[in-house]
Design a protein around this ligand. Structure first.
Ligand SMILES: Nc1ncnc2c1ncn2[C@@H]1O[C@H](COP(=O)(O)OP(=O)(O)OP(=O)(O)O)[C@@H](O)[C@H]1O
Length: 306
């Protein structure tokens, strides 16, 4: 089976309360009194391998790291440490992800399609399908900042599925749509699945997870608690949430405090290890550079009023 996504000992940390000036001063400080910075470990030592054609669910409590992991796979943010291998073009669908609020729906369609490398002709061809799928009526000509979250999600989903990615990441985009739209999206995702595409799916719905995913990853306070077939992992996760929900408010608070406490660390190490994405790094850099050119041209044309 062909590997599409492989994480080996991946970490993502966020520095807290550190000003840039403090960091620079620290870098040049020779004394032993180097200031320690507080870091939040959003993902800790994550390793897994996903194969072509698999649908992988991501479950976990709020703040467990699902969006952070999705954003790393989608190339929106970089990991801090570890090794990542991604073989294919990724497209992330999250509520309003990648949509530009000051541009209209139509302009966003053109911009996002360009960024995914679609030709002018191809964009012309898919635009009516995107408008039809999004089904947001006259709002397509309004700036996206005026959309409801459901409308943003509809447009984001419609654009992403028409850019023909082979690794699709869907981060709770279905939770804000109505049930008819959610079903339409699930049908489209099943179509992709049949075509052998790899899909990551973040959802709080146990039913959707079991219905759609082959395997599920359970994230717990930034660690990978379990990975396995969807029924087993979702059932175990539900047992855990049932246990958690039965706790008193004070017990819940104490549990969260204890678990979150493990996610903080103090460091004076400014320089992070470079993460390596063995196969894709160079080609991704070239692709990103090429992708920016039409975007710059498009923005200039917009500013000039064309
Ligand atoms: N830029 C940032 N700076 C500091 N902390 C961050 C940053 N981004 C995310 N975090 C923290 O990382 C943790 C993981 O966040 P993430 O959004 O990945 O969780 P999630 O599982 O997707 O949550 P939810 O179910 O609420 O969407 C959270 O505690 C969040 O506060």
């Amino acid at each position: 089976m062909k590997t599409k996504v492989k994480f080996t000992n991946v970490y993502k940390t966020f520095e807290l309360h550190a000003k840039r000036s403090e960091k620079i001063l620290n870098l040049f400080s020779l004394s032993s009194k180097k200031k320690k910075f507080k870091e939040f470990i959003a993902l800790s030592d994550i390793s897994f391998e996903v194969y072509e054609g698999e649908s992988i669910g991501l479950v976990g409590l709020n703040g467990s790291g699902k969006s952070t992991l999705s954003n790393i796979i989608g190339g929106v943010i970089q990991a801090t440490e570890g090794e990542i291998e991604i073989n294919g073009e990724t497209s992330i669908i999250a509520i309003s992800a990648g949509l530009n609020g000051s541009l209209t729906g139509m302009e966003n369609i053109e911009l996002k399609c360009m960024m995914h490398g679609l030709s002018k002709e191809k964009i012309k061809e898919v635009t009516p399908d995107i408008i039809d799928f999004a089904d947001i009526g006259g709002y397509i000509n309004q700036p996206v900042k005026d959309y409801s979250s459901g409308m943003k999600s509809r447009l984001g989903f419609a654009i992403s599925v028409h850019t023909d990615p082979d690794i699709l990441i869907i981060d709770e985009a279905l939770s804000v749509g109505d049930s008819t739209f959610a079903q339409k999206c699930l049908n489209k995702m099943n179509e992709f699945k049949k075509q052998g595409k790899t899909i990551f799916f973040v959802s709080h719905s146990a039913g959707q997870m079991k219905q759609f995913c082959d395997r599920v990853i359970w994230l717990d306070y930034g660690t990978l608690k379990e990975i396995g077939d969807s029924t087993t992992v979702v059932d175990n996760y539900q047992k855990f949430t049932n246990w958690f929900n039965k706790l008193s408010n004070d017990e819940k608070k104490a549990y969260k405090k204890e678990m979150l406490g493990k996610q903080y660390r103090y460091t004076d190490v400014i320089k992070k290890k470079e993460i390596s994405n063995k196969k894709e790094r160079t080609s991704q850099f070239i692709k990103n550079t090429l992708a920016i050119l039409p975007v710059v041209a498009f923005t200039i044309l917009l500013l000039l009023g064309y």
